[in-house]
Each structure stands twice: as structure tokens, then as C-alpha cells.
Design a protein around this ligand. Structure first.
Ligand SMILES: C[S@@+](CC[C@H](N)C(=O)[O-])C[C@H]1O[C@@H](n2cnc3c(N)ncnc32)[C@H](O)[C@@H]1O
Length: 199
């Protein structure tokens, strides 16, 4: 799943994962205050970043797909909000330090060779007291056909997440099967891990 994969997926008509925010993220609506600085990594076509901007947050949305980033910018304009939409590979991005009240990671699966390092960058990007909100597919997702990486190496267990984010205070970590209704590529039952953690 390299950049060209995502470019061609996002070049399709409509929005691959819809324009509504991820349900787990949206459940924290009361936590987001106007002016909060939020980093959304792997934001794709921007559904989550734009929704956070609609809550009044100052959103930095990063994705390596230029097609996705351009759609995110258009979605923001259509909703009458602003986001800082950055086209960058997170492996090469100059990550800000201690800058964000929240980092949001929704279905962004890194290969094992870089996962731990990039998750350390996430920790560094949070302000002290800042929170990480994350939802990812678990290896159990291989038993469902509702999307996600098709190889076990790219899927995350609770243990991996706990280990990667051990420097944070884990406030919530759950593994569950949930009903996904996110555009045509996340549809049906899915096996996910959900994390909230504080720096
Ligand atoms: C399954 S999509 C999820 C998109 C979005 N988070 C959502 O829930 O609608 C995964 C996204 O992660 C992005 N991504 C994966 N690896 C990346 C990297 N190294 N740097 C930047 N973006 C990356 C892809 O371009 C893709 O848009």
C-alpha cells in the first residue's frame, strides 16, 4: 500500500471512507475545545481533520497522497473551515515537538520497520497533558472483509500498542468488533483496537 495505491483509491469518484468522522473519534466531541491544536496523521481525504476543524480546532492534517490532500482541502472549503493540509511522508516529515493538544490516528497502519519510531514521533509531538486518540485494525480483521491491510504484519495488537505508547498514560484501550459504515471501503463488521492515552 504505497503512495500510488492511495492516489488511485482517492482518484475514484466520491470519498473512499465517506465524509463523516470516525465514530470512535466523534464520541470525544465534548473533549475538543475551540483553539485546540490537533494533528491528524494519515488523514486521507480529510473527513476526520475537517470534522475537527468544524469543532473549532486548529488542525494540521498530514498525508502522503497528494490526491487525498487536495480532496481534504476541497472538503474543508466546502464545509467553510480551514485546515493546514500537508502532503508529506511521515517517515520524512519534520515532526513538530510538544505542539499538539491531540494527535489523532485513524486506521493508519505502518510497516513493522518504522511503526515504533513513528509512534515515538507521535509522543514527541504531543504537549505535556496532550492526548492521543487512535483506532486501528487488529489481526482478527483478517477474518472480516470490511477493509484494512490484508497482511498480519501491518495489523496492530493491544500488546503492540501498549508497548509503543508505554511512555504515555493509557486511559482507555479496548479491542472489539464494531459495525463499520465508513464509505465503500470500510463497510460491515470490523475488528479494531481503540486507544486513548495522555502524555
Ligand atoms: C486507510 S487510510 C485512512 C485515512 C483516514 N485516516 C480515514 O480514516 O479516513 C490510511 C492513510 O494513511 C496514509 N499513510 C500511510 N502511510 C503514510 C505515511 N508514511 N505518511 C503519510 N501518510 C501515510 C495513506 O496515504 C492513507 O491516506
Amino acid at each position: 500500500m504505497d503512495k500510488s495505491f492511495w492516489d488511485s483509491r482517492y482518484a475514484e469518484e466520491g470519498f473512499a471512507y465517506g465524509i463523516s468522522p470516525n465514530v470512535f473519534l466523534a464520541s470525544f466531541i465534548d473533549n475538543f475545545k475551540p483553539g485546540n491544536k490537533v494533528l491528524v496523521i494519515g488523514d486521507g481525504e480529510g473527513r476526520n481533520g475537517v470534522w475537527l476543524a468544524e469543532q473549532g480546532c486548529a488542525v494540521t492534517s498530514v498525508d502522503s497522497s497528494l490526491v487525498g490532500v487536495e480532496k481534504a482541502k476541497k472538503l474543508a472549503i466546502g464545509k467553510g473551515v480551514e485546515i493546514e493540509a500537508v502532503c508529506a511522508d511521515l517517515n520524512e516529515w519534520d515532526w513538530p515537538q510538544s505542539e499538539f493538544d491531540f494527535v489523532v490516528i485513524i486506521y493508519v497502519h505502518f510497516p513493522p520497520s518504522v511503526r515504533e519510531l513513528l509512534h515515538q514521533r507521535v509522543i514527541a509531538a504531543l504537549k505535556p497533558g496532550g492526548q492521543l486518540i487512535m483506532e486501528s485494525f487488529t489481526p482478527d480483521q483478517l477474518n472480516y472483509d470490511s477493509g484494512g491491510p490484508p497482511v498480519v504484519e501491518m495489523l496492530y495488537t493491544v500488546e503492540m500498542i501498549k508497548s509503543d505508547f508505554k511512555l504515555l498514560e493509557i486511559q482507555q484501550i479496548d479491542e472489539c468488533v464494531t459495525e463499520l459504515n465508513e464509505g465503500k471501503y470500510h463497510c460491515g463488521e470490523g475488528a479494531v483496537v481503540r486507544l486513548v492515552a495522555k502524555k
